[in-house]
Design a protein around this ligand. Structure first.
Ligand SMILES: [Zn+2]
Ligand SMILES: [Zn+2]
Length: 327
């Protein structure tokens, strides 16, 4: 592998850092919900590209969506400790909870889930021991986008061949919207919580680490707690905590699923473009990201204003897609 090749394969965590530096001012003026709205803009661009069979702009929109997803997870990890949206782990670490090198549901490679059961929610919480073991074995922290695409191809490649790109796009939008709704619930709970209360203390404890959260969720048996305590008109601490656990679990799983469907959309596109090519390594997204955010230079710059850090005004930035045309 040449030095040049290696640059295409920088870890996702490095992209998170680099995008946060490039677009620091986007973070300052926005809530985390508004940052995710930028990602939704990218996903919507992907949906439009799928509808029009414009595969090149699909990759560009995917790169823009990934940039906003990276800003979101970076923002979560740098949010106030104890806030309901705080997540101390990187994007790869979040994805690894649901996909620790195997299908999160059946825990095998390739996925052996019953195709009729594929749409059912995967059991939560997942196996923390398996995650710890796999983390050590596979080193998710160093995973590049290309590594994730390869992994998802290994796990779901057979299934992807049977699905239409449109169906993949629907799954992607469904998961990304679910993330948005969970962010909204968590932001409301954060505003409501009295910082001095016991419920706030429990939330703070649960947001210190993903492992801590999963443990609390397991200990309280989140699903049962939810069924028992989620009274729609109640502000009792147990109801608030039940809502928090559900929304946070939904957020973590939703981020992982959104990311996996985004990777699947890229893999499926590649399959369509090379319909004779056997399933194999798909690392092109690193190159798309590099082309878009680095151009011919060696460092990141904004593709719209060509500056680093980005100097775009607030109004052009609210349109996350490049050169979008309506039809
Ligand atoms: Zn499976
Ligand atoms: Zn700019």
């Amino acid at each position: 592998m040449t030095k040049e090749d290696h640059m295409f394969e920088q870890p996702v965590s490095e992209w998170e850092q680099a995008f946060a530096m490039l677009y620091e001012h986007r973070m300052v003026g926005r809530t985390l919900g508004e940052v995710w709205l930028g990602a939704l803009g990218g996903f919507s661009g992907m949906a439009q590209a799928i509808r029009r069979s414009e595969y090149q702009s699909l990759a560009t929109s995917a790169a823009e969506a990934l940039q906003w997803v990276c800003l979101f997870t970076y923002g979560c990890s740098h949010s106030r400790a104890g806030s309901t949206l705080h997540i101390s782990n990187s994007l790869s670490e979040i994805v690894a909870i649901s996909y620790p090198g195997v299908c999160g549901r059946c825990q095998s490679v390739p996925c052996a889930c019953d195709s009729l059961a594929i749409d059912k929610r995967r059991p939560w919480p997942l196996n923390l021991k398996l995650l710890a073991h796999r983390r050590e074995q596979l080193g998710f922290r160093e995973f590049s986008f290309g590594n994730w695409l390869q992994m998802f191809t290994k796990i779901f490649g057979g299934r992807v061949q049977m699905m239409s790109l449109e169906s993949v796009g629907f799954h992607l939008l469904e998961e990304a919207t679910e993330v948005a709704l969970n962010i909204d619930v968590l932001a409301r709970i954060d505003q409501y919580l009295d910082r001095e209360s016991d419920a706030a203390a429990e939330v703070a404890e649960a947001t210190k680490s993903i492992e801590g959260f999963i443990e609390l969720y397991s200990a309280l048996r989140g699903e049962e707690l939810y069924a028992r305590d989620l009274d729609p008109v109640s502000y009792a601490p147990s109801s608030v905590l039940a809502s928090f656990l559900q929304a946070k679990a939904g957020l973590l799983v939703g981020i992982a699923d959104t990311f996996s469907w985004l990777c699947t959309a890229l893999t499926k596109t590649e399959l369509i473009l090379n319909s004779n090519q056997a399933l194999g390594a798909q690392s092109e997204i690193d190159q798309v990201l590099r082309n878009l955010y680095m151009g011919s230079g060696q460092s990141l710059r904004c593709p719209k204003c060509s500056s680093a850090p980005c100097q775009c005004n607030e109004f052009s930035e609210s349109l996350p897609r490049l050169g979008r045309q309506h039809d």
